[in-house]
Design a protein around this ligand. Structure first.
Ligand code: IMP
Ligand code: MG
Length: 370
């Protein structure tokens, strides 16, 4: 999962799918604003070559393309000095110029860009950047379209390099920090003891356990604005929308700025939600490290639940066809999620058959490896 470039170690940060979605969103937004204007795209080399290529492919309209080259970085800290290396030959008079930048950090390069295009008689100058670090940006300059707002972390991949390496990596990695968080999505079929395990793991690894069900109930009980919103869905018998759920989750994560990590339980349930979760974690410099799924065959679990039903009195634990139904639903819903995380190399299946302590051991071994 980790990679090494020169002397430094990097960990996965933003997946290919999430990048692709964001690039498409940016290109669509720009086209909508430019209407029938024919832009001249100028990619800033070297870093933006992949972003520019993908962006242009997603731009549904006539356009022209060119590149310029600046250089300002040595190692992982800005040298503060920007040199223009390769100029523009096109006549820009009256043109709508759209700059495609991979990343805006201190803004030194951006300032140079504004200076270079100042006296070229352009009709409009728009700036698009895929990544932006608001906490280090020191300039009073406009950025028209921003993909990911990321914290002050050093990233590589998708065109971005660390001393020349890493540009060919299709996803984004971030420099490994001394104590990285462990953020886990925990999954398990009905009856697998997911709730029990989440509680044990939370204490053992000092993680924050976020159960979406609990978050909903808390917000509704305390009559928060989000809770009232969620209730309007639930009263109609609908599932609470992803947008509302994500908002609650954001508020919940924000409550624990010093957390060593989170166990997400009950969320995400769909690929869209997994994508939204990745997007919002990226804004905080966080990432899901693993999706851990308890694996257990249906028959064993069904008999376990039926056994539990005899003593617990829970009606939904006493009807075999209803239990099988819950299983079916679980399988159908989680299969696409498993592949979403498997694609990112984050899927970990753990044998969920055994006694509680045994399963906790198996889960712990995986968490320790993260
Ligand atoms: P500036 O500080 O905004 O002028 O950014 C200068 C250049 O530094 C960018 O165009 C990138 O080429 C490079 N850069 C800034 N932050 C990163 C990073 O996190 N990873 C890789 N390159 C970066
Ligand atoms: Mg650059």
């Amino acid at each position: 999962m980790e990679i090494q470039l020169h002397d430094k170690v990097f960990t996965p940060f933003i997946s290919q799918d999430v990048i692709a979605g964001e690039v498409k969103r940016l290109a669509t937004a720009l086209k909508k604003d430019l209407k029938d204007e024919v832009p001249l795209f100028i990619g800033i080399l070297n870093g933006s070559f992949l972003f520019a290529a993908d962006f242009i492919r997603n731009y549904k309209g006539d356009c022209e393309v060119s590149f310029v080259k600046f250089s300002s970085y040595e190692g992982t800290a800005s040298t503060g000095e920007v040199k223009q290396l390769l100029g523009i030959n096109e006549d820009l008079t009256g043109r709508t110029v759209v700059i495609l930048e991979d990343i805006v950090d201190t803004g030194n390069t951006l300032e140079e860009i504004y200076q270079v295009f100042e006296d070229k008689g352009v009709k409009a100058l728009k700036i698009v950047t895929l990544f932006y670090k608001p906490s280090v940006f020191k300039k009073d300059l406009k950025i028209d379209y921003i993909g990911f707002e990321i914290p002050n972390t050093f990233i590589v991949g998708y065109g971005l390099d660390y001393d020349g390496y890493g540009r060919n990596i299709p996803s984004i990695y971030q420099l490994k920090l001394p104590n990285q968080m462990k953020n886990i999505v925990l999954f398990g079929p009905p009856g697998a003891g997911k709730g029990t395990q989440a509680k044990l793991l939370k204490d053992k690894f000092n993680l924050v356990h976020i159960s979406t069900g609990d978050v909903f109930r808390f917000n509704i009980k305390n009559d928060t604005a989000l809770g009232r919103l969620a209730k309007t869905f639930m009263d109609k018998g609908d599932l609470v929308s992803d947008e509302v759920t994500i908002k609650m989750l954001k508020a919940e994560v924000a409550k624990y700025p010093d957390a060593k990590g989170f166990i997400f339980d009950g969320f995400p349930r769909t690929e869209d939600q997994a994508y939204a979760l990745d997007l919002f974690l990226a804004e905080k410099g966080m990432t899901i490290n693993a999706m851990i799924a308890l694996e257990a065959d249906e028959d064993t679990l069904v008999s376990r639940i039926l056994e539990r039903g005899k003593t617990s009195g829970r009606v939904d634990d006493q009807d075999e066809s209803k239990i099988r139904n819950r299983f079916n639903e679980y399988e159908t819903k989680t299969a696409p999620l498993n592949s979403y995380y498997a694609n990112q190399g984050k899927y970990i299946g753990v044998n969920g058959i055994g006694d509680i302590a045994e399963i906790t051991e198996r889960l712990s071994a995986e968490i320790e490896k993260l």
